[in-house]
Write a protein that binds this ligand. Structure first.
Ligand code: UGB
Length: 625
C-alpha cells in the first residue's frame, strides 16, 4: 500500500502537482496523476467545498481509470453549465438548506394583495385593437418553448410536444406551435408591407427530450419552418444533495457518478444568455421574447392580444393569466409588499399561496371570492419580456434565477432526507430580481380562450374535485373544440350547444369538432372576415379547414366537412352539407390495443362519412353541394 502512495507521490511531483489538498482523501490522492491539470483543479475545488466523500470508494490506480476520468468529465459539465460553477451551487444550496431547516418563509415580511392588470374580453373593440397591435409587433418577436420536462404527471411515454393536441386532424402540439408562429409571421409581414423577417423559435430541451424533439422536427421537415429558424438549447441537470451540508449525492448505480435531477424551467434564462441567442436577437433589432409551455393547445389564441398589451403598455414583463379556482394547481399572480416598502408583482406557486395568505391575515387562506374564483389571477406561465431590459438584467445575473429547495425530511429534526434533493428554479421567478422601477404587468383572458394544458394522466384527472379543471388529454382536446365553437359563434355563426359525455371517468362538454389551420385565422378579425351570411353548425358536426382563403358563406353544416386549398385559391363554401359525419367512440385508457396517444383521451374518432374537397390550383372556387 505504502509503495503505491509513494509512487503516486513521485508521479505527482514529476507532474508538478502539489497533492497536499487531497491528504484527507487518500483514494483521490492515489489517482491524481491520472488527471489532467483542469481535472486536478476541479478536484481541488471539490475538496475545498467539503466533498471528499465522493472519492471514498475509488479503486486504486489501474482499476476503473476511464470511469474516474468520466467522473471528472461529468464534474466539468456540472461546473460549466451552472452560472458561477459548482462552487456557487454548493454555497447557495447550503444557504437555502439552512433556511429550509430553520423553517424560514421565503415571503417573510411580505404581505400579499390582489394586483391590478389588463383584463381582456374576447372579441370586444379593445381586444380587437390589442390583437392588431400584437400582430404588427410580432415581426419583432422571438418565441421560446420550454420543453425539457418529462411530464411525469401525464405518464405519456413519448415527448409531450409530439402528442396530438386534437385527434380530428392529429396535429401535434409542436406542429401547432410552429404553424401559429408562421401564420403570425405572415400576417405581421403583410402589415409591415413587405419588411419581413423570420420569427426565431428556440426550444429548451433536456436529456429526457432532446433527441426525440430533434427527430420529430427532422422527420417532419420542421413542420414548414426553415431549419435555421429553429434553435434547440439543451438544459443540463444539476447535482443532487444528500444532506444539509450540501454533500453531493452519489449515483446509487455508479460510484463514479454524481446523481443528477432536473433544475426546472428557470434554466431557460441562463441558456438564452450563455448561448448568445439573446444578443443575436437584440442585434437583429428584435424587441420581444415570448415564453410558453409544452402542452397548451389554446395558447396562440391569446398571443396576439397579449403581445399588443405589452407593446401598448410598454411592459418589461407581461404574464398571461386566467381566472383561477382556489387551490387549482397553477400559481397565483400576487402583489407582494414588504414591510420595508419594496413591492413586486410575482407568481406565488400554488403550494405557497395558501400558507402565505393564512400567515398574513387571511384566515381562510386560498378561497374563492364572490365571483366564484380566487381573487388572484392564475399564472399560465406564458411570459412576454421586453428584450432590451431583459438582456441588461441578465448581464448582471448571468441568467441566474432565484432558486429554491424542497427537501423531504425523514423526521421533525430535519437532519436527514428521505431521498436526495436539489436546487430548482422557475422561469416565472425572473421578475424577483428586478428593480421596483421595472414595469411588470399581466394580462387576464378567459380560460376557454387561453388555457387548457395536458398535464394529468386519466386516473388522476378523474379524481379532480368537481368544478376544477382536469388538465388531461381529454379536456385539452375538448377545450380546443369549445374555443373554436365559441369563436365561430362570436363571428356570427349559429353553433349548437354541446352535449355532456364521460370519457376516462371525466365528464366533459362535447362541442362540434371544429378545427382550422392557424393561417386561416389567428385573430378574431381574420376569422370574422371569413364568416358571412347565415352559417350554422350542428353539435354532431366536424369541420377541418386546411386552406388560407376559405370563406364560409351561408353554410349549414350537419356532418363532416374537410376542405384543403392552396394559398392562392379562394374557396367560398356554402349550402347544406349533410352526412353521417364523424362520431366519438369511447375507449378505455387501460386498453393497450389502442395507441397510447388515443387511449389517454378516452375516445377515438369513427370516420363514417364526410364531404372532402381539395383545391390544388390557384383561382376562385365555390363549393355548394
Ligand atoms: N420544463 C422544462 O423545460 N424543464 C424542466 O426542468 C421542468 C419543466 P410543468 P408545473 O401553467 O400550468 C408550471 O411540470 O409544475 C417545462 C408553473 O410553475 O408542466 O405544472 C415543461 O416541459 C405554474 O406556476 O409545470 O407548473 C413544461 O413545458 C403554473 O403556471 C413547463 O416547463 C403551471 O405550470 C412546465 O412544466 C401551468
Amino acid at each position: 500500500m505504502a509503495s503505491t502512495v509513494d509512487s503516486a507521490a513521485e508521479q505527482l511531483s514529476k507532474l508538478g502537482i502539489d497533492g497536499a489538498f487531497a491528504d484527507s482523501a487518500p483514494n483521490l490522492k492515489k489517482n491524481l496523476h491520472l488527471l489532467s491539470s483542469e481535472q486536478v483543479e476541479l478536484a481541488k475545488m471539490l475538496m475545498e467545498m467539503g466533498q471528499s466523500h465522493l472519492f471514498e470508494k475509488w479503486a486504486a490506480p489501474g482499476v476503473d481509470d476511464n470511469e474516474k476520468r468520466a467522473f471528472f468529465d461529468q464534474v466539468a459539465k456540472l461546473n460549466s453549465s451552472y452560472p458561477g460553477g459548482l462552487k456557487s451551487y454548493i454555497k447557495t444550496a447550503r444557504e437555502l438548506l439552512a433556511d429550509s431547516k430553520a423553517g424560514k418563509n421565503p415571503f417573510d415580511g411580505f404581505t400579499p394583495s390582489v394586483p391590478t392588470g389588463e383584463v381582456l374580453k374576447f372579441g370586444d373593440d379593445t381586444f380587437i385593437n390589442y390583437e392588431q397591435a400584437g400582430v404588427k409587433e410580432a415581426k419583432n418577436a422571438a418565441f421560446v418553448l420550454v420543453a425539457g420536462g418529462l411530464g411525469e404527471r401525464l405518464g405519456y411515454n413519448g415527448i409531450k410536444v409530439a402528442l396530438p393536441a386534437e385527434t380530428t386532424t392529429g396535429t401535434c402540439f409542436l406542429q401547432n406551435y410552429i404553424e401559429c408562429i408562421l401564420a403570425l409571421q405572415e400576417s405581421s409581414c403583410r402589415l409591415a408591407e413587405g419588411k419581413c423577417q423570420e420569427i426565431p423559435f428556440a426550444i429548451m430541451t433536456s436529456d429526457d427530450t432532446h433527441s426525440r424533439t430533434q427527430e420529430l422536427l427532422e422527420s417532419n421537415s420542421y413542420f414548414g419552418m426553415k431549419p435555421t429558424q429553429v434553435k434547440l438549447l439543451k438544459q443540463e441537470k444539476v447535482a443532487c444533495l444528500d444532506d444539509n451540508d450540501a454533500r453531493l449525492a452519489m449515483d446509487p448505480k455508479n460510484k463514479y457518478r454524481i446523481q443528477t435531477k432536473p433544475h426546472g424551467h428557470g434554466d431557460v434564462h441562463a441558456l438564452l444568455y450563455s448561448s448568445g441567442l439573446l444578443k443575436e436577437w437584440h442585434d437583429a433589432g428584435l424587441k420581444w421574447v415570448l415564453f410558453f409551455q409544452d402542452t397548451n393547445g389554446l395558447l396562440f389564441k391569446a398571443i396576439p392580444a397579449s403581445l399588443g398589451v405589452s407593446a401598448t403598455k410598454q411592459y418589461h414583463v407581461n404574464s398571461l393569466a386566467v381566472p383561477r379556482k382556489a387551490k387549482e394547481a397553477i400559481g397565483g399572480i400576487t402583489r407582494l409588499t414588504h414591510a420595508d416598502g419594496r413591492s413586486m408583482v410575482i407568481n406565488v406557486e400554488y403550494n405557497q399561496l395558501d400558507p402565505l395568505l393564512r400567515a398574513t391575515g387571511f384566515p381562510d387562506g386560498d378561497v374563492n371570492c364572490e365571483t366564484g374564483y380566487s381573487p388572484f389571477p392564475g399564472n399560465i406561465n406564458q411570459l412576454i419580456l421586453e428584450l432590451g431590459p431583459y438582456m441588461e438584467e441578465l448581464k448582471k445575473t448571468g441568467g441566474a434565477i432565484k432558486e429554491f429547495v424542497n427537501p423531504k425530511y425523514k423526521d421533525a429534526s430535519k437532519t436527514s432526507f428521505k431521498s436526495s434533493t436539489r436546487l430548482e428554479c422557475m422561469m416565472q421567478d425572473y421578475p424577483k430580481t428586478l428593480p421596483p422601477s421595472a414595469k411588470v404587468g399581466f394580462t387576464v383572458m378567459d380560460t376557454w380562450l387561453a388555457y387548457a394544458p395536458v398535464k394529468n394522466n386519466p386516473e388522476d384527472a378523474a379524481k379532480v374535485p368537481k368544478g376544477n379543471p382536469y388538465h388531461s388529454a381529454t379536456s385539452g382536446e375538448m377545450a380546443i373544440y369549445c374555443a373554436n365553437s365559441l369563436i365561430l359563434r362570436k363571428a356570427g355563426a349559429q353553433v349548437d350547444e354541446p352535449v355532456q359525455e364521460v370519457f376516462n371517468g371525466q365528464e366533459v362538454e362535447v362541442w362540434p369538432r371544429l378545427t382550422w389551420k392557424p393561417k386561416w385565422g389567428l385573430t378574431f378579425s381574420e376569422i370574422k372576415n371569413k364568416v358571412s351570411g347565415s352559417c350554422s353548425v350542428s353539435q354532431k358536426s366536424t369541420m377541418v379547414i386546411e386552406g388560407h382563403n376559405v370563406i364560409l358563406e351561408d353554410l349549414s353544416l350537419n356532418g363532416a366537412l374537410i376542405i384543403d386549398s392552396v394559398d392562392d385559391a379562394e374557396v367560398r363554401v356554402g349550402g347544406k352539407v349533410q352526412n353521417k359525419g364523424w362520431t366519438l367512440e369511447p375507449v378505455d385508457h387501460k386498453d393497450t390495443s389502442v395507441p397510447e396517444e388515443i387511449r389517454i383521451r378516452g375516445f377515438k374518432i369513427n370516420k363514417l362519412e364526410q364531404l372532402e374537397k381539395s383545391y390544388s390550383e390557384p383561382g376562385k372556387f365555390s363549393l355548394k353541394p
